[in-house]
Design a protein around this ligand. Sequence first.
Ligand code: IPE
Ligand code: IPE
Ligand code: MG
Length: 243
Amino acid sequence: MSIDPDKLEKIPRHVALIMDGNGRWAQERGLSRLEGHKEGAQSVRAVLRAAARAGVEFITVYAFSTENWKRPPQEIDGLMKLLIGSLNAYEQELHDNKIRLRVMGQFERLPLPVRLRLQKTIDATADYTNHTFIIALSYGSRTEIADAAKQIAKKVKAGELNPAKIDEQTITDHLYLPDVPDPELMIRTSGELRLSNFLLWQLSYSEFYITDTFWPDFREEQFYEALEAFNHRDRRYGGVKKK
Ligand code: IPE
Ligand code: IPE
Ligand code: MG
């Protein structure tokens, strides 16, 4: 039975997704890993559409981790080309749904054509406020936190910041996207029970939804199932259950 997102009581403002299982999806079908990534790009599109329809404001997808640079050069190259191709093919949908594109990660480490292509769409969608689509690219949470520590230390050294005043908000303010609220829901596909260096700080109190479905098979319906599961969660934040 399909789920009607309009009937859900709680809609998270921000959903983060670890898109995993493209390789296994392809392997099961005797296809190349890149074919899996290509099919996975269609799932990104489907999730963006479903999120816009359900009223989710922010979607963050983990597309490439700092650790993914260890993959074979052909796969990395294929992923980068796929990113450019997807932006060319789907930019219009971002405009149609007034979705702002942002990226988080080591931007300068990406190949120049990728940076230029991303920047074009980032600039072209910068004024949209309905929805935000964040791609984590060459992203690693530990690097993000270490970079924040570096910036904070510089401010302390320059006398701009009192070390006694450093609190949780100070750390948040020095992360890549300080103005984005923490995700209420984190989805990981393909059954792996780990964070793989994704948003360690931001996911401190998020609900986790892990599904065995491989990312290329995760579409609108599966996204709504995750939202539905979120509706049954009892979030206590260390307090006691409300009656
Ligand atoms: C996720 O799928 C995509 C990226 C990490 C870029 P994988 O490529 O990790 O697929 P599996 O885990 O090998 O199946
Ligand atoms: C996590 O998937 C990174 C992305 C989805 C971009 P991986 O496939 O790289 O993670 P591990 O290696 O299984 O932890
Ligand atoms: Mg994987």
